[in-house]
Write a new protein. Structure first.
Length: 572
């Protein structure tokens, strides 16, 4: 059904019309916001940048970038030119074509964003990698996806095991004094010489856009493929949930290595023609408040761990900054504690709006809106166009207040298209009746608000980052001293969970502080610093099933002093 034009829907929606819009909205209503609705020519990069660069928005700032050394801004016109240059380099040097996988592995910088959008202009599928990944993690992802090119820095190049990667033919380096040799090219130099014009490659809605690797409780990280069709939901949720208006200055603190950093760090805000702030460097309460003050940030999207760290830094610091520009504050990634919401009301005089979604879902699904009452502790209600429910293991819907699987009816625009090279894994997400099963357990109350209860599987959320216990265990047992390892998430007041490893040592090794440090370093250097266990406990033996699987459930019960439950499958 066709409603009114979209900006009106968004504005009316935010004026208390949740129920009505929820009843009437159909995703096809949202398509008229895009130029391809008229032209038939589609590419997310065009809608995000070129469309604005060809209108009165051309001199509006698209990107403010700040770190310890750089403080720069780029208009939509300038981003159009820079991304055209990046696209020309990728095309002319590396012959990147539609569907080729191009990885980006570098700290935040304007070049990262130019390369990202440039590659999308070619129809390439971009694999963003968090800068903290070490060699093993980089190898797994580039091998699985058969990446043809990577954009990285000279510092991070040592973690790209080029010799093990037969498909990797082109390495673009961003830095000073780059020597062009052995597959390596100087991106900045090449971009300087490149043409500012570029003819965008038009794609289908179902063509690949990004490949985000994410962790489950078993196996290696899996490649979640998103397609250009996701832009419909990116756009619409930025209107509804982020409540974005023409004059807003928006800051999303997530790194593009994670899905929030692409969907809501780049795509969604630029699709709506919003000025974004990107801050490089590490987390420090003072510098974060300074960013809000300096750029006059109005809409701010962050995560519970960050809010808890800010809360821990004290209210006195807040008073040293002028944060009056803030209009709308949002959170994602882990449960948002009611206490944090109350603190936000006190220091920012703003409610923090929780949002729920996952890498696999590609965009927000259950949220708190400016137009609805917040029930602190609840993730909110589904966005219009999305049906959410609590179902049992057979896919039967459960009544309010019954705990079960949080599930979403298949068919929202941003849903993953597949798991790369693993259709079987993709299929395993769905129950009969076309329910996508999230892996989270939750319940719904009588007003239709959803309340997160935990993960059904063993996936760990630490500081908002998703870590698969299997990946960490696999790395741990590569250490010469480790015979067996079991890894769990241990509740932590600031980080949500921390990674705790139970380890049985090989004969001849003594459990010392030095060894603990050594094992931790081993994971840090082999996988990533955020994957290294903060706590390590040695045990003579670990609880295992008769088939030899470590029973993390029992480890968790040990840790929390809980009954271990059914132990019938445990070996003697
Ligand atoms: C968790 C991040 C509670 C959840 C966008 C989910 C949350 C996983 C919330 C996905 C929330 C995300 N409240 N838990 N508002 N948002 N989660 O793929 O367990 O990194 O399954 O996506 O984070 O993590 P991912």
């Amino acid at each position: 059904m066709i409603l009114k034009t979209l900006p009106i829907i968004a504005d009316e929606f935010n004026l208390q019309n949740y129920d009505e819009v929820y009843k009437q909205f159909d995703w096809s209503d949202a398509e008229r916001a895009f130029s391809w609705f008229e032209t038939g020519k589609l590419n997310l990069a065009y809608e995000a940048i070129d469309r604005h660069a060809n209108t009165s928005k051309k001199n509006k700032v698209a990107l403010y970038y700040k770190d310890d050394e750089r403080n720069e801004k780029y208009t939509f016109k300038e981003v159009q030119q820079q991304t055209n240059k990046a696209a020309n380099v990728l095309k002319d040097v590396a012959d990147i074509k539609k569907g080729d996988r191009v990885f980006i592995f570098m700290p935040r910088s304007p070049e990262l964003y130019f390369a990202l959008i440039g590659a999308i202009k070619l129809g390439a599928i971009v694999g963003p990698l968090f800068e903290a990944f070490m060699e093993g993690a980089v190898r797994d992802r580039l091998l699985d996806s058969e990446a043809k090119a990577i954009v990285t820095t000279p510092e991070l190049l040592s973690r790209v095991p080029v010799k093990d990667l037969p498909h990797l033919q082109y390495i673009f380096l961003v830095g000073e004094n780059i020597e062009e040799k052995d597959k390596c090219y100087d991106l900045n130099k090449r971009m300087k010489e490149a043409d500012r014009q570029f003819d965008i490659v038009w794609v289908e809605r179902t063509d690949g856009l990004t490949l985000h690797y994410t962790s489950g409780s078993t196996g290696k990280p899996k490649g979640v493929l998103h397609v250009h069709n996701a832009m419909i939901q990116h756009y619409q949720t930025v209107k509804w949930v982020l409540d974005m208006k023409e004059e807003d200055v928006y800051w999303c603190t997530a790194d593009p290595g994670w899905v929030t950093g692409t969907a809501y760090g780049v795509f969604g805000p630029w699709l709506t023609g919003t000025s974004i702030v990107v801050a490089g460097g590490r987390f420090k309460p003072e510098s974060w408040y300074k960013i809000i003050e300096e750029f006059g940030v109005t809409v701010w999207y962050s995560a519970p761990t960050a809010f808890r760290m800010l809360m821990g830094a004290g209210d006195e610091i807040v008073k040293r900054f002028d944060l009056s520009s803030l209009r709308h504050v949002l959170s994602v990634g882990e449960p948002l504690n009611p206490e944090v919401i109350r603190w936000g009301m006190k220091v920012f005089e703003r409610r923090i709006h929780d949002t729920w979604w996952m890498t696999e879902t590609g965009a927000q699904l259950i949220c708190n809106y400016p137009c609805l009452e917040i029930k602190p502790g609840s993730m909110g209600k589904p966005i219009p166009g999305v049906k959410a429910a609590i179902v049992d293991d057979q896919g039967r819907e459960l009544p309010p207040y019954r705990m079960g699987n949080l599930a979403i009816k298949k068919g929202w625009p941003a849903m993953m298209a597949t798991i790369w090279n693993n259709q079987q894994k993709y299929d395993s997400y769905f129950l009969k009746g076309d329910w996508y099963v999230s892996g989270d357990s939750a319940y719904m109350d009588q007003d239709g608000y959803f309340w997160f209860q935990g993960r059904v599987d063993d996936v760990i959320m630490t500081s908002g980052e998703r870590v698969g216990p299997f990946e960490v265990e696999s790395k741990l047992v590569e250490h010469p001293a480790v015979a067996e390892a079991g890894v769990i998430g241990k509740p932590d007041p600031v980080r949500g969970e921390i990674i705790k490893a139970f380890i049985a040592l090989r004969d001849g090794y003594e459990p010392t502080e030095q060894l603990i440090e050594d094992i931790r370093q081993f994971v840090k250097l082999g996988l990533a610093s955020h994957a290294a266990p903060r706590e390590i406990e040695f045990r003579d033996k670990l609880p295992k099933t008769r088939s030899g699987k470590i029973m993390r459930r029992v480890l968790k019960a040990w840790e929390l002093d809980l009954p271990a439950g059914d132990l019938s499958s445990m070996e003697d």
